[in-house]
Ligand binder design. Structure first.
Ligand SMILES: Nc1nc2c(ncn2[C@@H]2O[C@H](COP(=O)(O)OP(=O)(O)OP(=O)(O)O)[C@@H](O)[C@H]2O)c(=O)[nH]1
Length: 418
């Protein structure tokens, strides 16, 4: 389950507070702590500081009429979103320069929903790595500061060559922001080099083009960047562009997950298993390297459903699946259907694969599922085949034959080629 993070909301108007509470209550992963005055905000901060990750504060409070609560939060290093009754261009500029995350005018339900969406964004940003590629240290520091303010994990590189090195060390980077004009390898060369390896939906690239170089923007896109941003830009322009691209990537990931993963357990599904597995099979056959195909089937699963109900059955499937995914981490594992799972273990001969799956059998057998306070033991039987006969289907058929023998022999057993 996702960790719940806390946010401090400071607002003196009862009516506004009611709407915010309502919108916040729809967010299961964020818990709000409320304060109605500056004094109360200080108190809440003292109590909750270790769990707080951001604050949403009203600019004008009866005991802090001039935005003192904003300075207080910023001084403590709390990412702060400001709520204000009226839009004031000068004030907005001043606050953004001070280092607030965002500025939201109280204009109705939509603006509170926007603020909560921004809070959610901050929460998710903490897990996203961004690489900033820019040779000018001033400009690089500025961009990095903007990103850090939005809680991204930020990495830096001074040119394209360095960027490629950083990416190799940190393959989990999701967003790359690159300047055009740089020594050794410029922005276009970098984008071209990266697009050979990373798809647009694996790594977002935003190109920056300097003033007076308008045509560079279009060229960035033509070379494979997801987006561009002409310099100089406003804080909000930059953040909106980043947010828009990150949200698109997350949507694509959701679509990929819906296509590739099983709804209940979130493990890969049968379709994905064959898509990736057939390529692994072909590669093993071509290289003559070992590949173990495993079919894992929970024992007497029907009895769990019949005795404890479908909900406990579902819980057992989820726990079982999580345990498989965790222990088979570097291998391909999928829920083939019902209580049956497939796995492919490249690099392991039959003996090693059996030993590996047998260890997993012991782990599962010693981790019961709980139906209330009652421990319900779970065991599985498995068949393991390393015979690369004709295709992956045939290899799985062999493994299925062994699984049948394991069930026949009394279950809670692993059977392989020997
Ligand atoms: N709760 C729950 N049950 C499921 C799900 N998918 C399949 N099942 C149940 O899994 C059970 C599988 O039963 P069987 O194929 O008879 O196998 P078994 O009881 O595990 O017995 P053996 O495999 O012979 O050890 C059926 O009762 C299905 O209804 C699911 O998503 N959730």
């Amino acid at each position: 389950m996702e960790e719940i993070k806390k946010i401090l909301v400071v607002e003196d108007s009862q009516m506004v507070m009611k709407v915010i509470r309502h919108v916040m209550n729809q967010e299961p992963t964020i818990e709000a702590v409320y304060a109605e005055s500056f004094a109360e905000a200080k108190q809440r901060y003292e109590e909750e500081q270790d769990d707080l990750f951001a604050a949403l504060v009203d600019l004008n409070l009866p005991d802090a009429p001039d935005g003192e609560v904003v300075d207080y939060m910023l001084d403590l290093g709390v990412p702060t979103i400001v709520l204000t009754g009226s839009f004031d261009e000068e004030r907005r500029e001043e606050l953004l320069n001070k280092g607030i995350v965002d500025y939201v005018t109280k204009e109705g339900r939509y603006s509170y929903a926007y603020a909560v969406n921004m809070i959610n964004r901050l929460r998710k940003n903490q897990d996203i790595k961004v690489l900033v590629v820019e040779d000018s240290t001033t400009s690089r520091s500025f961009i990095c500061e903007l990103l850090r303010r939005h809680l991204f994990q930020v990495l830096e590189a001074g040119d394209g060559v360095e960027a490629i090195k950083v990416l190799l060390q940190h393959p989990e980077v999701k967003l790359l922001i690159t300047d055009y004009n740089m020594p050794n390898m410029d922005g276009f060369e970098l984008v071209q080099a990266l697009r050979g390896k990373y798809d647009k939906s694996d790594l977002i690239i935003i190109g920056l083009s300097a003033e007076g170089q308008g045509s560079l923007s279009a060229k960035f896109i033509k070379n494979g960047a997801n987006d561009f941003l002409p310099k100089p830009f406003y804080h909000e322009e930059f953040h909106c562009r980043v947010m828009h691209n990150v949200e698109s990537l997350e949507l694509i990931e959701q679509i990929k997950d819906a296509a590739n993963r099983d709804h209940l357990t979130k493990a890969y599904n049968r379709r994905y298993f064959f898509e990736v597995g057939e390529a692994m099979y072909a590669q093993a056959k071509e290289k003559g390297s070992p590949l173990a195909a495993v079919i894992i089937d929970i024992d007497h699963f029907k009895k769990i459903n019949d005795t404890h109900g479908h909900e406990v059955g579902d819980l057992a499937l989820k726990q079982f699946s999580d345990c498989l995914t965790e222990n088979l981490g570097r291998f391909l594992v999928a829920r083939a259907g019902g209580e049956e799972f497939f796995a492919l273990l490249p690099g392991l001969d039959n003996e090693k694969a059996i030993a590996f799956i047998d260890k997993l059998r012991e782990i599962i057998a010693s981790n019961p599922v709980y139906a209330g306070n009652e421990a319900v033991p779970i065991t599985f039987s498995a068949g393991v085949s390393n015979q690369l006969l004709g295709n992956l289907d045939e290899q799985l058929n062999m493994a299925d034959g062994y699984l049948y023998r394991a069930k026949e022999a009394g279950r809670n057993l692993v059977v392989g080629d020997d």
